[in-house]
Write a protein that binds this ligand. Structure first.
Ligand code: DAO
Ligand code: DAO
Length: 281
């Protein structure tokens, strides 16, 4: 099998434009070099020429997300298409972040405003370090039968595994004040549930990183990364705004995306399916 180790440029602009046809072309190149079936090539090429067409985009997403098919199964992690689009917004996420974190799944954070309407706030992608993940999966699950492999995402949240949740803002009128409020509500409730005691100080330490002068227009990219030793590092458009060492805070943030009551249930399912597919390799 031809091995494709990023045969194309893999740079991520600070404010990536959504539906970038370049990435689709890159994916199409990857498809054709590997000489896949006609349907996959046709879908990828057509999408690269017409990235707005939702049907083709869905078809493309189907091919890029179903790694368990015989074709995809023969490729290694590094050979994934260069980006995957979040299905409801079309926002693109690189398949690999910082050289070693691989995309496990994407989703959408909605928020209901005054019980009247639901706004799309940001698309997100959940990433985990490839080496850490392989270690966890082989040490912990290698010998278990399929039905015993429950709680994969719970282990992912609790282990000392480097992870990133990338948020790409789609709402165009986001103020720092509303971010702080939403954060106190969402993360605050997790801190309470998981930590039990009064965690106001921790919450305040996190929210005080967000200075009033920061702007987060549509297209902004926020990375919430858990580094080694449970350090939560936040970057906005690639610039670090702060880091806090707290296992509880890291766990609470991840809980929003892959915990018991996640923002987007389908996203959590995608992450779990991806973990199962990695276990089968
Ligand atoms: O405009 O009043 C409004 C609605 C604002 C909703 C904001 C939700 C914020 C969610 C957190 C975003 C984190 C980057
Ligand atoms: O969606 O409710 C939520 C919480 C998401 C975490 C938001 C972290 C935002 C950090 C960036 C702030 C920018 C000033």
């Amino acid at each position: 099998m031809v091995s494709l180790r990023f045969p194309f440029s893999f740079s991520q602009p600070p404010n990536p434009r959504h539906r970038s046809s370049n990435s689709f072309s890159a994916a199409a190149t990857a498809f054709s070099v590997a000489a896949v079936s006609g349907a996959a090539v046709a879908a990828a090429v057509a999408v690269s020429q017409n990235p707005i067409n939702p049907f083709l985009q869905n078809a493309f997403n189907f091919f890029s997300n179903h790694h368990s098919s015989p074709f995809w199964a023969s490729l290694s992690i590094a050979d994934n298409p260069s980006s995957v689009s979040e299905s409801k917004t079309g926002v693109l996420f690189p398949s690999i972040l910082n050289d070693s974190r691989q995309l496990l799944g994407t989703g959408l954070r909605k928020k209901s405003v005054l019980g009247l309407k639901n706004i799309d706030v940001y698309a997100f992608g959940v990433y985990a370090d490839d080496g850490d993940l392989k270690r966890l999966l082989s040490e912990k699950y290698g010998k278990l039968s399929f039905s015993e492999r429950k709680d994969l995402s719970k282990d992912l949240m609790e282990a000392d595994i480097c992870m990133t949740v990338r948020l790409q803002i789609v709402y165009s009128r986001l103020s720092i004040r509303s971010v702080r409020n939403a954060f106190e509500e969402s993360v605050g409730s997790r801190l309470q549930k998981l930590g039990g005691s009064d965690n106001k100080e921790l919450l305040h330490r996190f929210t005080s990183q967000f200075k009033d002068e920061y702007k987060i227009p549509k297209g902004s990219v926020i990375d919430l990364s858990r580094e080694r030793g449970h350090v939560l590092r936040t970057t906005i458009d690639g610039k670090e705004v702060g880091n806090i060492q707290s296992q509880l805070l890291c766990r609470s943030i991840l809980d929003l995306y892959i915990g018991e009551d996640p923002f987007d249930r389908q996203a959590k399912e995608k992450v779990e399916l991806k973990l199962v597919s990695l276990l089968q390799k």
